[in-house]
Write a protein that binds this ligand. Structure first.
Ligand code: C5P
Length: 314
């Protein structure tokens, strides 16, 4: 049986509770390449972590349990299919420890919204249980376990702004002088399934109805270095946007309402249906948010800034 104490009698890990905050992500550039034999698409993406957070608290327990409050309560299954439970079990399997923890999730990131909320919660679980159990894995080891849980999970361990390649799980930071970008986030009713969005893009491409693929991230990376929101606005792009608009045609009205409200640019976030808009500064973001709210084209409007760190204790 597992003993909660080390040989020297000191308790291994933390007596808890361990609280981890984890951000939502958007993709400043989401270039979707061909479908691979393993069912994933080759990606060239630039991830960006923004200041909408979920919070996971881990306490010691005799079994593995999960409770939640906030966004999606009552809709999200809390059983073995939940990415939080799967993340805890994956870390336990890797370290040989029993998966014993009482986990509580406070969600602000909408479900199936294109903001990687489920992936964020998985990343938070790895970081929280690593501390609770005292497993002391490196960020790279955590990122390797993360990659097995989902393509976006490694990025949410790292946070910031980062390049994602392969199926998105290969992440390298984009080094830039510190600058904050200001965003307005239009949260839609309901979600879009990620596989459904990718399948719709494949269908549109097969029938010649999809726009030219975006390809490389070079222009976006050059735009980031200029620190000019007007330049960044011109470089934002998402190959999955056509698919999200095809699945949810009403998103066209959301996107145009944002630009009519004065945003520099708007894009669908990831596989949607959340739309994100770039503003020049925090005050401008508040004005765009007010305009979007008045237009009545989405369930909720939030302002956010980025980049912010990935999953962190505290
Ligand atoms: O990696 P993750 O489990 O988040 O991916 C969910 C689904 O999204 C995959 O099963 C696949 O259908 C699609 N996907 C893809 N190409 C990627 C990432 C995800 O087709 N690079």
């Amino acid at each position: 049986a597992w003993r909660p104490d080390d040989e020297d009698g000191s308790r291994r890990g933390s007596s808890g509770p361990v609280r981890v905050r984890v951000p939502a992500k958007i993709n400043l550039h989401l270039g979707v390449g061909p479908l691979r034999p393993d069912g994933y698409h080759e990606l060239n993406t630039v991830y960006h972590a923004i200041s909408i957070h979920d919070e996971l608290t881990a306490r010691r327990g005799d079994t593995l349990t999960l409770t939640m409050e906030g966004e999606g309560t009552g809709e999200l299954a809390l059983d073995e299919s939940n990415l939080v439970i799967r993340a805890a079990r994956a870390l336990a399997a890797y370290t040989g420890l029993p998966a014993h923890a009482r986990l509580h999730l406070r969600k602000q990131i909408p479900l199936a919204g294109g903001l990687a909320g489920g992936s964020a919660d998985a990343a938070a679980t790895l970081v929280a249980c690593d501390t609770l159990w005292g497993t002391g894995l490196s960020r790279d080891e955590l990122a390797a376990i993360a990659a097995g849980l989902g393509s976006d999970v490694p990025f949410l361990i790292h946070g910031g702004t980062a390049l994602g390649t392969s199926r998105g799980e290969a992440v390298s930071p984009v080094l830039a002088r510190p600058v904050s970008w200001h965003w307005v986030v239009a949260v839609a009713d309901g979600g879009i399934s990620t596989p459904a969005a990718y399948a719709e893009l494949d269908r549109l491409r097969d029938t010649g109805a999809a726009p030219e693929p975006l390809g490389s991230t070079d222009e976006l990376l050059a735009a980031l270095r200029q620190h000019d929101p007007g330049v960044l606005a011109g470089a934002l792009g998402n190959d999955l946007e056509a698919a999200a608009l095809s699945i949810r045609p009403s998103l066209a009205a959301t996107l145009s309402a944002g630009t009519q409200a004065g945003a520099l640019a708007g894009i669908v976030s990831g596989s949607g249906p959340t739309c994100v808009f770039l503003a020049t500064d925090a005050r401008h973001a508040e004005r765009v948010a007010a305009g979007l709210t008045a237009a009545g084209v989405c369930r909720a409007v939030r302002t956010a800034h980025g980049p912010v760190p990935g999953a962190r204790v505290g």
